[in-house]
Design a protein around this ligand. Sequence first.
Ligand code: GDP
Ligand code: MG
Length: 163
Amino acid sequence: NLPLVAIVGRPNVGKSTLFNRLTKSRRSIVGDEPGITRDRIYGEYEWGGRRFRLVDTGGIVPDDPELIPTEIFNQARVALQDADALILVVDVRTELASPDYDLVRMLLRGGKPVFLAVNKAEGEAMAAAAENFRQLGIREVYPVSAEHGVGIGELLDAVAEAI
Ligand code: GDP
Ligand code: MG
């Protein structure tokens, strides 16, 4: 039974890009259109001589923006039940809104290790901007670029240490 790591977060933040990079696959569809990811895609990755199972909880996100938070919450709730650790992905360029704080509160209440991956953090300024995301209340904050493979090792080290 391999430890299970779940990737959660809003549409378009780069969850599937991260999933594909870790699993060295192209199984999860990457795109700019919300709703492009199919429901819960599973893969595996190896880190530090151990294997992990990984789930991309993209979900079928409805076109109606009002419904998006509901679906993200449902996906996160399932992930909390199943996973041993959660990676919440946010886009460094996105303004935080109250649903983000609600989601974090719910994740932290689950009592499982939660890691914040501040994605698209390319370049010095972006890495600094990632610091702003500390206000979400997650202690483990990792600026990453899923697309360019930056910061991923630090994130995976922390995840592996926690589970
Ligand atoms: P998801 O909806 O959260 O699964 O997001 P996707 O993985 O489909 O990515 C959404 C968009 O963000 C795509 O156009 C990706 O190419 C882009 N993207 C993903 N990761 C990065 C990154 O690290 N840097 C930049 N600049 N773009 C990224
Ligand atoms: Mg996706």
